[in-house]
Design a protein. Structure first.
Length: 119
């Protein structure tokens, strides 16, 4: 139970850090070998990014979707601290070309000892 609470708190904090553009804090939650995949044929599409490419992806994200705001609709967390799984349904609001933007996405993380190892 406490693992779920701590993981949910960490996840919410991470989204707030992205909203604030604090990439150092966000990336501090990632294990150095973390791999990020962003499904889809979009400017944000990525398959297995890690290391410095991960920072560049977040920088691009914030350029394409400035001042994002996230609203968690559903959050499911399971597993022990050495293999915690998180699934979230999240709404995002931002602007694109000066116009309001709203979308939703599914987010899936694998977390080991409070560090994201797969995103």
């Amino acid at each position: 139970m406490i693992v779920r609470w701590l993981t949910a708190t960490q996840y919410r904090r991470g989204l707030r850090q992205v909203e604030a553009g604090d990439l150092d804090a966000v990336l501090g939650q990632f294990h150095p070998t973390c791999r990020l995949t962003f499904a889809g044929d979009t400017p944000l599409g990525a398959d297995g990014l890690s290391g410095p490419d991960l920072r560049r992806w977040f920088e691009r994200f914030l350029r394409l979707l400035p001042r994002p705001r996230f609203e968690i609709q559903r959050l499911v967390i399971s597993g022990p601290p050495w293999r915690t799984r998180l699934a979230a349904h999240v709404l995002i609001r931002s602007t694109v070309d000066g116009r309001p933007y709203e979308n939703q996405f599914g987010h899936f993380l694998t977390i080991r000892w409070a560090r994201v190892v797969e995103d």
